[in-house]
Design a protein around this ligand. Sequence first.
Ligand code: SF4
Length: 389
Amino acid sequence: MKNSWESWSEQRVADFQQVFLKWYEEEHRNLPWRADQNPYRIWISEIMLQQTRVDTVIGYFYRFMERFPTIQALAQAEDEVLLKTWEGLGYYSRARNLKIAAQQIVEKFDGKMPGNLADIQSLKGIGPYTSGAIASIAFGLPEPAIDGNVMRVTSRLFEIDADIAKSSSRKIFDEAMRKIISHEFPGEFNQAMMDLGSAICTPTSPSCNICPIQSFCVSYAEGTQLHFPVKSKKMKAKPMYYLAFAAKDEDGAYYLEQRPDTGLLANMWTFPLVEVSKERYTELSQHSEHGLNKEFSLPNEIAETVWQTKPTGEITHIFSHLKWHILVYEGIKQAREDFTVAESLEKYNENNVRWVTGTDFQTLVFPKPQIKMWDLLKKHSDKITDYQS
Ligand code: SF4
């Protein structure tokens, strides 16, 4: 059987493009990275927009551009400053890949974003969606930029029943998009798809009554909008259970550890985290407990801490494949006779642990779960006021 886009005549494609581009011209959102066709700004915005809402990205985008106004500046960025600028956006590998790609551009492409698809795709962290966005918006190449929004719109427009959770389906959407993309205004066309998907053709309640392409939409005509896109169930994120030990000294400084330089949340700073079974986690969340120091092997420097018998609260955080449940215990560190403050600071700074005070909040990089823990503790303390830059 023919796919429905294959039966579209050239005239129908032209009519579709005209209606769609006119709508975009009149209704498009004014976003800071749309002010010109600067490939650097488009690249950064598209990476930030992965997994993050437009409203949230705008503030991050301005701050990022202020700190790293050029590809050269990004290539030379200090890791700590780069990650601090990214703090709160999550998926920190995106920020690390940006810097590596910027270095590739400086070394191989004379400091300028290359203008063809193969070279753009050779850069670290740039996949088919981002390369399509850069190629079409910055360089006017008729390349589709296919993300979840675009697959939703396209699947409804043509009643495409390919499973969008499978990577093998991508070529079907690619084919459909290549049939309808404007060769004259490919960047505007792709951005119109993005805007339509996020504002009108939304997942659960598409606003078909105000949709500019309603008269072309097969699922609208059939009343099957909510049957598309077809998506097989994702594997559930695996639950993991942790206790976080937030030890505070008499000056209100908190004890934090830097995570190893590989693996999840590499190099970032968190309270000491101890993994526990689901059963123990449930018990601890429901009952007051004494003797936490004996039960869990905590770092020497906080081993004498007097912990609250009940946790301050719980936070959860979902990574793509894991769901962390964290009970947060706050405690007051007891002075130890065998350490002077100067000795302990020297020793612990060397070992990637630190008593964190207000000034450190401006330089250390905290992952999202730690920010949630700060938020939780902030509700119970007036000392934590400035952990975000
Ligand atoms: S008519 Fe409805 S289902 Fe079709 S593209 Fe527009 S909003 Fe989506």
